[in-house]
Design a protein around this ligand. Structure first.
Ligand code: GLY
Length: 372
């Protein structure tokens, strides 16, 4: 199958996202043109290392490139000061210099952490993303948002630091647990909902076969999502405007993630899917879009076997007021006003600056009532 290439156009900091099968095995050849000397430092996590690090090591060895690797524990708790300090100090011990390249090999946690470590190491070294989850391939590896969590909140410390190359190997997706694949799909469907109705139509038809494992369909879906993100990022790198559309479903999602303690009860992509359904419900109640739109979103998520409603989240949830208060702590709140991404229809999202809290509370109250 051929390789798809999407360029993120950012002037002198432009880079390619290459999407295809067998890319880990080709990583040495793909990355070699970026290297001033034949040495790379890879940071990954234990899970990805066990599955794929030997293949990556072989790919570098074939090109005569020396690879050193650091493995961190898997999971969101690694995206914090401890593993950040460990990564930076390890890179210094490996004598990684200004002109060297660091490789982030893993999902969103590894990508965000290693991207941030690269941003501050010697005031900035280049890094390559090799994302190994669907969520990382379509969202976090592209666009240069890097950072870590602190006790005060998620992603509050970080930097915009664009990668020099992204290699999205479609084959690694077949090693994901079905739940993780579907959680990543929450971010894929978001792109259709926010800005491409034809892509959403395509997903309604093709996503079930894609979830079952069709590599060509996966490659197309990842490519289309990345094309959309690349376009948005190149027009609005630092989220002054349009980039906020990528947060469709995220205000609800962040409140639900906090309410469930960032636990296994709700994965980020699952929260995004539920959040998208609620954002369309809210849009419909504001008279912005037709009743068919939220029904269609929910029907598709259900057909995919995904979490769609608050009733699909196990265990207790706080009441509507408490959930609304959690939204008030979201980064998207400006001057105490609730900022949402709403939609005039499928593929027609926009930023709404001053959404009435009472209406949001009513949407939450109704969604919670269905649980009982
Ligand atoms: N994940 C949202 C963004 O990159 O802006």
């Amino acid at each position: 199958m051929s390789l798809n290439v999407v360029n993120v156009d950012l002037g002198s900091r432009s880079y390619d996202v290459r999407i295809g099968q067998g890319l880990i095995a080709q990583a040495g050849r793909q990355i070699a043109p970026l290297l001033h000397r034949k040495k790379v430092a890879v940071i990954t996590d234990d899970t990805v290392a066990a599955r794929h690090l030997m293949d990556l090591a072989k790919a570098f060895e074939t090109e005569g490139i020396t690879m050193t690797a650091l493995t961190i524990p898997p999971g969101e708790s690694s995206k914090a000061w401890e593993q950040f300090a460990r990564s930076v100090e390890w890179l210094l011990e490996q004598k990684i210099e200004r002109r060297d390249v660091v490789v982030a090999f893993g999902g969103g946690v590894v990508g965000d952490l290693v991207g941030f470590a690269s941003a501050v190491l010697r005031r900035g070294v280049r890094f390559v993303q090799i994302p190994t989850t669907l969520l990382a391939q379509v969202d976090s590896s592209v666009g240069g948002k890097t950072g870590i969590n602190t006790p005060q909140g998620k992603n509050l410390v970080g930097a915009f630091h664009q990668p020099s190359l992204v290699l999205a190997d479609i084959d690694v997706l077949s090693t994901l647990a079905p739940r993780d694949f579907l959680a990543g799909y929450g971010e894929v469907v978001k792109y259709g909902l926010l800005g491409d109705a034809a892509f959403y139509d395509w997903l309604e038809v093709n996503a079930p076969a894609m979830a079952r494992g069709d590599a060509a369909l996966r490659q197309y879906a990842v490519t289309r999502a990345v094309e959309m993100k690349a376009g948005i990022v190149s027009r609005d790198e630092t989220e002054e405007g349009e980039r906020a559309l990528l947060n469709l479903g995220h205000t609800f999602c962040h409140a639900l993630e906090k309410a469930t303690g960032y636990s296994d009860r709700l994965l980020h992509g699952e929260g995004v899917a539920i959040g998208c359904a609620l954002a369309f419900e809210l849009s419909q109640r504001l008279g912005l879009c037709a009743q068919e739109a939220p029904s269609r979103v929910r029907a598709h998520l259900k057909a995919m076997g995904m979490k769609t409603d608050l009733a699909d989240i196990s265990g207790d949830l706080p009441g509507p007021d408490a959930l609304l208060a959690l939204m008030g702590q979201d980064k998207k709140v400006i001057d105490g006003k609730l900022r949402f991404i709403l939609a005039r229809g499928i593929g027609e999202a926009f930023v709404a600056e001053d959404v009435p809290p009472d209406l949001v509370r009513a949407v939450l109250a109704d969604a919670l009532a269905v649980r009982r």
